[in-house]
Ligand binder design. Structure first.
Ligand code: OAD
Length: 242
């Protein structure tokens, strides 16, 4: 199927669906200039995840971990939502039932205006106290290293789900609910390598949803979805609404 026919197929499925769920990954923010994790230019090419994005790494060297997150915050502070993010806001407004599940921690979906949203890997603009557990917004750039809790003086950590940690139960509940009830699932800009998000396509497919993938390349999801379209999210997603 050529790209135009594939996009038309997805458009007509979206127009008929009462319930739509979207899963996004780093690819949708790549068009805003945010680096992805895997691939030739990906962050994990230069950095080892277990040295920077794990509870062990933070315990071993919180300064190193905070310096890395501060570097990412400095980069993200210069980035804005792109037409792909904005198109998903419009889709949310058009759909009777809609849920957006993102693996991205950059906050760009919320900044664009998405409200029916689970940020399942957390948000880089939030901090959590390792002592009292309080979560707060924090947009300091640069952030003080090491940042401390104003209430209990405990060490603050990024409010991110690191390797080896569990997802927030409410986020998981909302995500599974959305996957089980959707008629259409769009999977946009994720390599499909990280669980549990990697299982979301098969879950929606098994319960009868029409599943479409939009990605620059093919992924492990490409063979199981109903339609896989290759291209940039910022070009493809707005075309689903036209
Ligand atoms: P990856 O870096 O693994 O994959 C990004 C995907 O986006 C790839 O499949 C690319 O082909 C695709 N892509 C790149 N540019 C694109 C564009 N302009 N338009 C459409 N697609 C594009 O990122 P994720 O799948 O999001 O975890 O990675 C999942 C998790 O691994 C992340 O959330 C992160 C990381 O470790 C945490 O931060 C906890």
């Amino acid at each position: 199927m050529n790209i135009d026919a594939a996009l038309q197929d997805i458009r007509s499925r979206l127009a008929q669906a009462k319930s739509v769920t979207v899963l996004t990954g780093a690819g949708i923010s790549a068009d805003s200039g945010v680096p992805t994790f895997r691939g030739a230019e990906g962050l994990w090419k230069d950095f080892r995840p277990e040295e920077l994005a794990s509870p062990d790494a933070f315990e071993r060297d919180p300064t190193l971990v905070w310096e890395w997150y501060n570097w990412r915050r400095e980069l993200l502070a210069t980035k804005s939502p792109n037409p792909g993010h904005h198109a998903l806001v419009e889709l949310e407004q058009r759909c009777e039932r809609f849920w957006l599940i993102t693996q991205n921690v950059d906050g760009l979906h919320a900044e664009a205006g998405s409200r029916k949203l689970s940020e399942i890997h957390g948000n880089i603009w939030k901090v959590r106290c390792t002592g009292c557990g309080v979560v707060k917004d924090n947009r300091d750039v640069p952030i003080e290293i090491l940042p401390k809790c104003l209430t209990c003086h405990g060490l603050l950590r990024p409010h991110i789900v690191w390797f080896g940690e569990s997802l927030d139960p409410e986020d998981l509940h909302n995500s599974y609910e959305a996957l089980r009830s959707c008629e259409v699932l769009l999977i946009i800009g994720t390599s499909g390598m990280v669980y549990p998000a990697a299982s979301f396509g098969p879950i929606a497919k098994d319960q009868g949803a029409f599943v479409a993938e939009l990605n620059l390349d093919s992924t492990p999801n490409s063979d199981l979805v109903d339609v896989a379209v290759q291209g940039r999210a910022k070009d493809l997603v707005p075309q689903l609404l036209s």
